[in-house]
Design a protein around this ligand. Structure first.
Ligand code: NAP
Ligand code: ZN
Length: 366
């Protein structure tokens, strides 16, 4: 099989990373659209660092702070209007996956002034103004993927817009992740773990994505204690940040799989944060996965002696912070049917998927 490797995003990783980026930012133009949610950009300290660099270098900016978790069309359109008014040359996103993804979609809308966010799913448009990403959750890996996931409110699901928007560069400074509270750290950390596992157990996996997964899981193994204790540990947090980055690089090449497809419905209909919504089906998905040798290798990389140890870790991480989720039988039937009909991610499962398997995953989820 032919393997294609493409990582066009430059990454600057480490303490004070943003300070050295003045020249790189100046090259992008005179006016920046800063895209954030309401609080995290400031709480993490990243917004203050960015504004200082922009002001010291006479780069104009306008700040859109209206991105909601699981961004919808309305917030993307509102940010794009502000950016168009200011004739922004580029976009800088700070936050979790939601501001990063919304900013990528806005970057396309800045290149096509007649389009609105809801048009993107059908549009041929591929151009976009440059995007710089500064993540504050570890996480989605959106800072190293070309994906932008938007909520399709009417269809009650989420999806990746067809445009591929690689950030021109991303600044990953481990101190920006310290302000996450424990539930946020757990749900976003589980998202990173799921990206690594889903990439590896995908029919699209290849030697390159598998190497990234191995590295990512080794870092994840060193961050596991963060899920079980409230103790602050900067080294463990840095390992999680790196695991998340490798997870993003891996899914950039393989996409995600069944747990993400099922998780999108749990997010929209049960208001479940993205990471935990995805991780709830990991146990039955791995238990019934046709590649059991690979499953065992992945557990070993994560530092679990066997499946039972992994199950214990998953149940305590999810139930401690998010409780159990029991779906009504009618919901299980309808979610399974919808995911089955929306073939997209099912192709990444190495065997033919039927509705019965999807129902089984939902019945046996945490
Ligand atoms: P998020 O939705 O971006 O943020 C969740 C909450 O965490 C927000 O209230 C946010 O506050 C807060 N927060 C973020 N960083 C913080 C920090 N350092 N300190 C304190 N609070 C902080 O969460 P996420 O899980 O990172 O992103 C989820 C989205 O990413 C979903 O839409 C998912 O589908 C998408 N995703 C994208 C990719 C991709 O490749 N593009 C991959 C996986 C998932 P504010 O509202 O104030 O910002
Ligand atoms: Zn995810």
């Amino acid at each position: 099989m032919l393997t294609r490797i493409n990582i066009p995003t430059k990454i600057v990783f480490g303490d004070q990373a943003l300070k050295g980026q003045a020249e790189a930012l100046k090259e992008l133009g005179k006016t920046a659209l800063i895209v954030t949610g309401k609080h995290a950009a400031q709480e993490s300290g990243a917004l203050q660092d960015l504004v200082a660099v922009l002001e010291e270098n006479n780069i104009e900016y306008v700040h859109f702070d209206g991105v909601i978790p699981n961004p919808d069309y309305a917030c993307v359109d509102a940010g794009a209007v502000l950016g168009r008014d200011m004739q922004a040359d580029f976009v800088v996103a700070i936050g979790g996956g939601s501001p990063l993804d919304a900013a990528k979609a806005m970057a396309v809308l800045l290149a096509y002034i007649d389009l609105e966010a809801r048009d993107l799913f059908e549009a041929e448009a591929q151009a976009h103004v440059p995007v710089v990403c500064i993540p504050t959750t570890a996480g989605t890996g959106s800072e190293v993927t070309p994906y932008a996931i938007l909520t399709k409110t009417e269809e009650q699901t989420k999806g990746s817009i067809p445009q591929r928007i690689w950030p021109i560069f991303s600044v990953i400074d481990p101190k920006y992740f310290k302000s996450m509270n424990r539930p946020l750290l757990v749900t976003t950390g589980l998202d990173a773990m799921m990206h690594l596992l889903e990439s590896s157990l995908s029919s699209k996996s290849n030697f390159y994505s598998d190497d990234l997964v191995r590295l990512g899981l080794q870092h994840f193994a060193k961050s596991k204690e963060l899920f079980q204790t409230k103790r602050e540990d900067d080294t463990a947090l840095e390992h999680l940040v790196i695991a998340s980055m490798y997870g993003g690089m891996a899914i950039a090449h393989t996409g995600t799989s069944l747990p993400h497809a099922l998780g999108y419905r749990l997010t929209i209909r049960n208001d479940e944060p993205h990471g935990v919504a995805t991780a709830r089906t990991v146990l039955p998905w791995m238990r019934y996965h046709p590649w059991q040798d690979k499953v065992r290798e992945l557990l070993e990389e994560m530092g679990f002696a066997d499946f039972e140890a992994f199950e214990q870790f998953m149940r305590s991480s999810v139930e401690t912070y998010f409780g159990k989720l029991d779906l009504a039988e009618s919901r299980i039937q309808s979610d399974a049917r919808e995911v089955y009909q929306d073939k997209g991610k099912l192709r990444n499962h190495p065997e033919e998927v039927d509705e019965e398997l999807l129902k089984k995953l939902l019945h046996e989820m945490i």
